[in-house]
Every structure is written in structure tokens, then in C-alpha cells.
Design a protein around this ligand. Sequence first.
Ligand SMILES: Cc1cc2nc3c(=O)[nH]c(=O)nc-3n(C[C@H](O)[C@H](O)[C@H](O)COP(=O)(O)OP(=O)(O)OC[C@H]3O[C@@H](n4cnc5c(N)ncnc54)[C@H](O)[C@@H]3O)c2cc1C
Length: 480
Amino acid sequence: LSLSETSASLRELLGPDRVLTDGPEFRRALQDGTGNRGISGSASLFVEPASTAEVVTAMAFCYENDLPLVTRGGGTGLAGGAVPDGGVVLSVERLNRVRSIDPGLWRMEVEAGVTTGTVHRKALENGLLFPPDPGAGEQSTIGGNIATNAGGPHAFRYGVTGSWVTGLEVVVPPGRVIRTGGPVRKDVSGLDLTSLMIGSEGTLGVVTAAWLRLVPAPESRGVVVGIYEDAGTGCDAVAAVMAAGIQATALEFLDRGALAASLGSFPFDCPAEAGFAVIAEADGTASEVERMVTELAEVLSAGAIPPGDSAAPGFSGGADGAAAGILTIIGRTEADALWAWRDGVSYAVAAQRGGKISEDIVVPVERLGEAVAETVEIGERHGLEACSWGHAGDGNLHSTFLVDLADPDQMVRGKAASDELFGMAIRLGGSISGEHGIGSLKTAHVRQALGDTVVELQADIKRAFDPKLLLNPGKKIPLG
Ligand SMILES: Cc1cc2nc3c(=O)[nH]c(=O)nc-3n(C[C@H](O)[C@H](O)[C@H](O)COP(=O)(O)OP(=O)(O)OC[C@H]3O[C@@H](n4cnc5c(N)ncnc54)[C@H](O)[C@@H]3O)c2cc1C
């Protein structure tokens, strides 16, 4: 079929407003969150089905006509997963209904295009919490979160997106609807296809809806920020929190470069000597939070910047005996201000040179300090400024090289630095992606990370679901 025949057929099947071949929305769909590292794709058509039945129709048409199909959620992915390389982009954004919410049973069923932020608000309006909190929640969709098994700061205590999904509705080739799990909280009646779909990055099917598990929202939250002169002392503080047995909900870090880029919008004052920050959060009843914040402040005080004239106001402590480099925040509004700032760190870092090459390696938590230091050293070897921040308690670093997108030489050096970074993560006993996924950017490194046998098993699974290899080709699973 020619392009005009293809678009005419799809318009007839889905409706004229559901198929685009040009325009701003079409062009937006050629990029995702990797746009700020200069990555862009190409596609013939953009389709926007508004129901599961229309997804079935679109997939059946693509399968019948051998058209590659790339599923798109909010387009915030950081691995190039939604960037097409020809074929059809299928957006789930019109699948945006909350199908049901049962506050008394702590669960909801939502369509894949509902944004992460909407899920959070709907849960909270009903006194409940959906804990996964990847940083671009106002744009990302729950389908995208499931397809990438997204993490976020609160994964430290609560786990990643997959821990909160009890069932899925998925359209699989050549256009069949399957339901895995459901509103049940446990189900071992077959192979666990729910888990298989979670994190499959659009390579096995199109997620159209999900059953989500919720928990009662905690009454209160409190945050403690520790400021250190260097990464070594800061990483010791991270280890000390865990060794003390404190169940922090989040345990985050920023190194010197990430702090320098983002402190301009920090909602509190910060000591000038800041070389490393640890952010720890506690939630629970008001009294539990008060106790945990005091404990966190005590533990994080060891090695924090000591009291002195240069200590910033607000940093001399809310907890007795806290060092000057310790800030305690109790209450939802101020904690929200801190997390809103934290969500913007990625953009602040990118603004330094106009672009960034950012990875999300993961290492055993005790190797965090080495990974932070080696990230900077790798950058130096390639003549690039580097920094990292991320989810310290999970050993998950957003290791980043600052680049000018218009400078091809810097882009080549940035790519070489990333390759070296992946080798470092594997050498330290970790992996090449902790939460953003493999997408198109890291597929070439999967064999190195997983080994031939695991890769071949994954390729067999891919072929079982998608025998024509049309779903998100070239992503996630190296074939051949
Ligand atoms: C500022 C910023 C902060 C971020 N912080 C975090 C963070 O803390 N933790 C984290 O994990 N990620 C983070 N991310 C990355 C990103 O937000 C997540 O990967 C998110 O889950 C992607 O969701 P999306 O809807 O935008 O998916 P997209 O980018 O549209 O797609 C991502 C992948 O999922 C597939 N996909 C999307 N929807 C479906 C579906 N319905 N069915 C099947 N496949 C589908 C796509 O084909 C693609 O492979 C951040 C991104 C930004 C820009």
C-alpha cells in the first residue's frame, strides 16, 4: 500500500481525526525525552485510537500490512523507546478514562493514557496513595510507566511501578485482547504475563488499561536534607541511614555538579560549601514522622558540614543536636516544594550547556561512591563536564555528561563516555539501566549486560508474541 492508501484506509477504520501525516502533533511524536540529546526519528503515520477496540483495529491493520508499530504514551521516556524508525506511531493519550476507583478496596482501574499525576490526584482525593513517582508525572502516562517499569524517589521504600500493578489489559499481535491478573491481589494461575509485560517497552503488546493497587495515604511527611563537602562523606551517610534500620521512603543524592546546576531554584537556603546532598524522606502518622525525622537528622549529621558562619539560615536544624548542614522539613506543603525542585534537577542540568547525555546506571548500593567518582573521571577522560544525581538508596545514578548539541565532536565524545559508563556499571556488579529502560539507545549493550543465553530466551519470547517483529522494532531486545 502507498502512504496515501494506508492513511485513507486507517482514516476509514478509525475516523478522519484519528490519523495524522503531518502537523505539530505528528512532529512531536518523532521525539521523546531524549530530544535534548538530539535524538529524533521518522514515521509515516500517527494514529490516536480512543478505545481498546480501536487499538485492536489499528494493530490488525499494521500486522496485515507489515507496518512497524511504535506505541507512544507521554513521550517523556529517556531511552528513545517511543522514537519511531519508520512505520506507525500509536498514541494512547486518548485512552484516558479512570474506569473505576474503589476507595474502600484500595484499588483503581485506569486506561493507559491517564497521566501519572492524575493517578496520584485521584488516589489522594480518596485518601489513598499510588506511590510510584517518576519525575515527569504531569506528562508521562500510566501505560508508559508500566511499559518502562518506572521508578522514582519513593521506589526505595515502596518499589517500582510493577509492584503496584495487579492486572493488565493488553492488545497483542495480530490484534487480540488479553487480560492478565485483574482486581485480585494475588494470582498464580499461570505464567506471570503481567510481570512479563511490565517493562517490555512496547515490544510485546500495547497496554490499554491496568488495575492498580493503592495504600492509605500517610498522614504526614517529613524530609531531612544533609549537605556534605564531598561525595565520600555523603555516601557514608547514605550507608549509615540503611545500617541504622530507618525505613526512609526515599533516599536521594545530588553530587557537586548537579547541585551547582540546580541550587538556583532550591526552595531553601543552602550552605555555600555544598559538595554533595542527601535527601531522606519519612512518612506515616505525625508522631511517627517526627520520630523518624529526628533519627534521620541524627544519623545524617555525621560528616555533614559543621556549624559555622557560612551555614545558611534554615540549615542549623529543626532537630536537636543537628549539624548546620542538616535541614529538616516537616509538613506536606514544604515537602512538596522540595520534591518539585528535585523533579526539575534534570532540566537545570540540561540547561548548563544546552544539552546532556544522561544515563541511569544502577550499582549495588555500597558501590555508589565509586560510581559517582568514576562518572566524573570518565567525563574528564572525554573532555566533558559530568555530574550525577539520583536514587541513592537504590544505587541508581543519573550519570550525565554535559554537551552542546550543536557540536558534533562533543556528541561523539558523549557517546563514547556513555559506552565507558555502561562498562563501569557492569564491572561494579550493576546494570546499564535501573529505571529508564533500554529503548533504542542501549540495545547494543544488552548482550554485554545479560549474556547470550538470556538474550536468546528473550528473543524467543519476543517472537512468540510478535512473530513478524513489528512492535517497536530495534528496541530493547537484540535480535540476530
Ligand atoms: C524530567 C524527567 C524526569 C524523569 N524521572 C524519572 C524517574 O524518576 N524515574 C523513571 O523511571 N523515569 C523517569 N523519567 C523517564 C520517563 O518519564 C519514564 O520512563 C516514563 O515511564 C515514560 O512514560 P511515557 O508515558 O512518557 O512513555 P513514552 O516515553 O511515551 O514511552 C516509553 C516506552 O514505553 C512504551 N509505551 C508507552 N506507552 C505504552 C503502552 N500503553 N503500551 C505499551 N508500550 C508503551 C513506548 O513504546 C516506549 O518504549 C523521567 C523523564 C523526565 C523527562
